[in-house]
Design a protein around this ligand. Structure first.
Ligand SMILES: Nc1ncnc2c1ncn2[C@@H]1O[C@H](COP(=O)(O)OP(=O)(O)OP(=O)(O)O)[C@@H](O)[C@H]1O
Ligand SMILES: [Mg+2]
Length: 252
C-alpha cells in the first residue's frame, strides 16, 4: 500500500571501497572502544558454551554486517586470538576491497571444486593484521545458496575450526535469501546486526523466527549506527537480545 516510494536502502559502497576499519585506523576512538565492549558482551552471552564459529547476519541488505564482522574479527585478533574471517556473502562480497586482496579464488572456489580435498592454504590469505587471516568469497557463483548449504561447507567449517581460535562469518541477510538459515544452524552462535532507524521491528522479529526455526543459537544483536557522535561518524552499541531474544519475542 505504498503511496510514497521508499528510498532504496541498498548501498554498494563497501563492495566497491571496502568496509571502514575504524578499529585499525583509530583504535582509541569511541567506536573502536565500543567494538571491544561488543566483543566482551558476546563472550558473556556464550558462557559455558563452545564459541568457535560466529556468524553475523541481519534482517535486510546494507545494515552493517560486513563492517561489524570485520571490525570484530580485528578486535578479537588484537586481543591475541588467531582469527579467520570468512566472506560467506557470495552475492555481495566485500573482503577483497576491504583488505585490498588480489586474486579471484575463495570460498566459492573451494565449495564448487570437484576435487575431494581442497588445500585451504591456497585460498586463505593474510590480512596484514597480526592474528587475522581471510577467506574471501571467490568469484560470484551461479548457485550461492546451494554452496553455502552444502555438506562441503560443513566440512570446511570443521577444518578451519581446528586451525583457528575463532572463525567469523559474514553471511547474507536472513530475509533476502534462504541460504543463511542452514549456515546459521551450523555455527556455534549468530549475532544479528540491527541498523538503528532503518531496520524495522517486524523485520527483526521475522529474522529471529527464522533463526529459531534453524535451531541457531542467537547470541544477541549489535545495534549499529546508534550514536553518530564519534569523529568518524560511527556509533556502535550492543544489546543483549532483550526484546528480540527467542524467549521474549512475543512481547514485541
Ligand atoms: N555505523 C555506521 N555509521 C555510518 N555508516 C555505516 C555504519 N555501518 C555501516 N555503514 C555504512 O552502511 C553501508 C552498509 O554497510 P555494510 O556493507 O557493512 O553492510 P552489510 O549489511 O554488510 O551490507 P550488504 O547487505 O550489502 O552486505 C556502507 O556504506 C557502510 O559504510
Ligand atoms: Mg556485506
Amino acid at each position: 500500500m505504498g503511496i510514497f516510494k521508499r528510498k532504496s536502502r541498498i548501498d554498494n559502497n563497501t563492495m566497491k571501497n571496502g568496509a571502514k576499519l575504524i578499529t585499525v585506523a583509530k583504535p582509541k576512538s569511541v567506536a573502536a572502544e565500543q567494538f571491544r565492549t561488543v566483543r566482551t558482551n558476546i563472550h558473556f552471552m556464550a558462557v559455558d558454551r563452545r564459541l568457535k564459529t560466529i556468524a553475523f547476519t541481519s534482517a535486510n541488505i546494507s545494515e552493517g554486517k560486513s563492517t561489524v564482522a570485520a571490525n570484530l574479527a580485528i578486535v578479537w585478533a588484537q586481543e591475541g586470538k588467531s582469527v579467520l574471517l570468512i566472506d560467506a556473502d557470495m552475492r555481495r562480497p566485500t573482503l577483497n576491497s576491504t583488505f585490498d586482496l588480489t586474486g579471484q579464488s575463495g570460498l566459492s572456489t573451494v565449495l564448487s571444486s570437484d576435487q575431494s580435498e581442497v588445500n585451504l592454504n591456497d585460498v586463505i590469505q593474510e590480512s596484514g593484521i597480526e592474528g587475522l587471516d581471510l577467506l574471501p568469497s571467490g568469484a560470484v557463483p551461479p548457485n550461492p545458496a546451494e554452496l553455502l548449504s552444502s555438506q562441503r561447507m560443513k566440512v570446511l567449517l570443521e577444518a578451519v575450526q581446528a586451525q583457528y581460535d575463532l572463525v567469523v562469518l559474514d553471511v547474507p541477510p536472513m530475509l533476502e535469501v534462504t541460504d543463511t538459515q542452514t549456515i546459521a544452524g551450523s555455527v556455534d552462535g549468530v549475532v544479528l546486526v540491527v541498523r538503528q532507524g532503518i531496520t524495522q521491528k517486524a523485520g527483526v522479529r521475522r529474522a529471529v523466527e527464522l533463526l529459531k526455526m534453524s535451531h541457531a543459537h542467537l547470541l544477541g544483536y549489535v545495534m549499529n549506527d546508534v550514536v553518530p557522535e564519534d569523529d568518524a561518524g560511527y556509533g556502535y552499541g550492543y544489546g543483549y537480545g532483550y526484546g528480540y531474544g527467542y524467549e521474549k519475542e512475543s512481547e514485541n
